[in-house]
Write a protein that binds this ligand. Structure first.
Ligand SMILES: C[S@@+](CC[C@H](N)C(=O)[O-])C[C@H]1O[C@@H](n2cnc3c(N)ncnc32)[C@H](O)[C@@H]1O
Length: 254
């Protein structure tokens, strides 16, 4: 990870070096902006969760499960370790608001903190998939605590993704944030692809987390449907816009 981060920092462009008008505007209005709707309520919830020492038994169906498939963990530890940080939730919310992305699909709800950010963006409808039933029910309660709505679907992505996609019909923003391994990541990406349009964005978490995920990211970048990608290290953004003469890949410092 440290080596990958160093590589990223060397490659990363500052915003003024970006010559694509679309990417420059995105950098100004989304990537380098701060703040988000409902931030105080959601960060208040995060604070409460990081102080909650109660322990729950969870079953992780993803890449983090190689050693302990079923484990007992404190809510506090889950909120600190597994939930995406504030900067990612807020970035995705600003992205959805700026590009008017309404139908949003999240793979990996966890405690629902990013779900809450996504559910707060303008006109959004959020579907979020979570394999662990205890986490899923906590996420439902957490969304209620901050007065937000989202559809939390319980079950392994392998069992719930197809059915959810059939129900949603179109996906404008997808956040792939569970089971960070090459093969499943590419499979989820390919399943979601037919439900996207030229305005859609697929965001992929932890693209530099392992060699496996580096390979998944490189393969997705080369996919024929992809016209533009932005590597922000913690997350990669994939676009399908057709207003570009050729495929472009940006690495931008977050
Ligand atoms: C990194 S956490 C998600 C964090 C959340 N998106 C956020 O931003 O706060 C990944 C979640 O995905 C779930 N998960 C991993 N693999 C899964 C699978 N194959 N099916 C269903 N859920 C899975 C885990 O239980 C875990 O809660």
């Amino acid at each position: 990870m440290a080596k990958a981060y160093l590589k990223y920092r060397i490659k990363a462009q500052k915003r003024h070096g970006v010559h694509s008008p679309f990417v420059y505007d995105l950098s100004e209005e989304v990537i380098h902006k701060s703040g988000a709707i409902n931030s105080d309520a959601i960060e208040g919830l995060r604070k409460d969760l990081t102080r909650d020492s109660s322990r729950i038994k969870i079953k992780d169906h993803g890449a983090g499960s190689r050693i302990n498939r079923e484990s007992e963990r404190s809510i506090s530890e889950i909120a600190k370790v597994s939930a995406s940080p504030k900067k990612i939730g807020q970035l995705l919310q600003r992205l959805a608001s700026y590009l008017h992305l309404e139908n949003i699909l999240e793979l990996g709800t966890n405690l629902g903190l990013t779900t809450a950010y996504l559910a707060s963006s303008y006109h959004s409808k959020v579907w979020s998939l979570e394999g662990d039933p205890t986490l899923a029910s906590l996420a439902v309660k957490n969304l209620q605590k901050v007065g937000l709505k989202g559809e939390i679907i319980v079950g392994r992505f392998e069992d719930t993704l197809d059915l959810t996609l059939d129900q949603i019909e179109k996906v404008e923003l997808a956040y792939l944030d569970g089971n960070h391994q090459k093969k499943p990541t590419i499979e989820y990406f390919e399943k979601i692809l037919p439900f996207t349009n030229t305005e859609s964005v697929i965001a992929i978490g932890d693209i530099h987390w392992s060699q496996d995920m580096e390979e998944a990211w490189e393969e997705i970048k080369e996919h024929s449907a992809v016209s533009l990608t932005i590597d922000l290290f913690d997350i990669g953004l994939v676009f399908f816009r057709t207003d570009r003469a050729e495929k472009e890949h940006f690495t931008i410092r977050l």
